[in-house]
Design a protein around this ligand. Structure first.
Ligand SMILES: Nc1nc2c(c(=O)[nH]1)N[C@H]1C(S)=C(S)[C@@H](COP(=O)(O)O)O[C@H]1N2
Ligand SMILES: [Mo]
Length: 317
């Protein structure tokens, strides 16, 4: 691995979205609102995500702060887990083949009225903000990222799930013609993850649509990916195409492959080892440091109550 750079330490949190950029963004939003002629003129338009690219950087929500430096953007966008494109970290180039616009998102299952919506249309309807979140991979490396996006709770509210719905299942895409990793047919494609409704409506559950003040890079899960920072990274499913409300607990992608190692809950806990390695510490990418891992990855205050009365559940793998 060649992640020896120390640049992460040098980046102050404020480097993520300078206020002046935010102010310019407001002007741009006004300009876009002025009409389709301006919108078509190309101001601030970044590639095919043009329909929402003017929304970044979103205003930072100061409630979500870090106890560590933001990781260098270069590292976060070039060291990835995205098995659809290969079972190694250097997938960022291969991921550019994924066509993320137009992108259709379906909301179905136990809801008042199932619907399908264009991703940019959905993003435009949601309350966008920026949050600084930690991310802890089950493999014991970690990053800290300024995500842009919206609270998953807002999408749940829009979906109007029926009272019997207990879980929210999220599915990735399935297209082996572009995602060469999906030619490995022994994996249970598409990637699938799920949360309980209580988890999905917890304030921390976030749908990230951008990073570092820009639309989401493909390799990080464009156009929309989950960010649940108190859980191991594999729960944060990328490039979601479908949200399904259900009363049956879904079996997630990794749970199906190796349920003894990767469970449904996957909450971060330094005291519960992975069957093959310790989870006590983590390698902070970009810093050259190994630091102690925190219970619920440092988010116990927001989420510990969700699990208080759960007995006999493997909450930490
Ligand atoms: N669809 C999909 N989502 C995924 C994965 C994947 O392979 N496919 N890997 C997960 C894992 S293990 C991690 S650690 C994070 C990595 O996110 P990043 O590359 O943006 O850091 O994505 C998660 N989401
Ligand atoms: Mo991971």
């Amino acid at each position: 691995m060649t992640i020896g750079s120390r640049r992460g330490w040098e980046l102050p949190e404020s480097a993520a979205t300078p206020e002046d950029k935010f102010l310019r963004r407001r002007d741009l939003v006004k300009a876009l609102a002025a009409g389709p002629i301006l919108a078509a003129s190309g101001i601030g338009l970044a590639g095919p995500a043009w329909a929402t690219s003017g929304l970044y950087p979103a205003k930072r929500n100061p409630r979500y702060r870090l106890d560590r430096p933001v990781t260098d953007e270069k590292i976060v966008t070039t060291y990835n887990n995205f098995y659809e494109f290969g079972s190694h970290k250097q997938i960022w180039k291969a991921a550019q083949k994924l066509k993320t616009r137009p992108w259709t998102v379906t909301v179905d299952g136990m809801v008042e009225k199932p619907f399908t919506v264009d991703a940019d249309e959905l993003i435009r309807k949601m309350p966008l903000e920026e949050r600084l979140y930690r991310h802890r991979c089950v493999e014991a490396w970690s990053i800290a990222v300024p995500w842009s996006g919206f609270a998953l709770e807002a999408l749940v509210a829009m979906a109007r799930p029926s009272v019997g719905a207990k879980y929210l299942e999220m599915r990735g895409f399935h297209d082996a013609s572009v995602a060469t990793g999906q030619r490995q047919v022994w994996y249970p494609w598409p990637y699938l993850e799920a949360l309980t409704i209580e988890e999905a409506t917890n304030e921390l559950a976030f749908i990230a649509t951008g990073a570092y003040g820009k639309p989401m890079p493909k390799q990080n899960g464009a156009p929309l990916r989950l960010a649940v920072p108190w859980k191991y990274g594999f729960k944060s499913i990328k490039s979601i195409t479908r949200f399904t409300f259900t009363d049956k607990r879904p079996v997630s992608f990794w749970e199906e492959i190796a349920g003894q190692e990767y469970g449904f809950w996957a909450n971060v806990n330094p005291e519960v080892d992975h069957p093959r390695w310790s989870q006590a510490t983590e390698r902070q990418l970009g810093t050259g440091q190994r630091v102690p891992t925190l219970l619920y990855n440092g988010y116990a205050e927001q989420v510990a109550h969700l699990y208080k009365d759960m007995k006999g559940e493997a909450l930490f793998r």
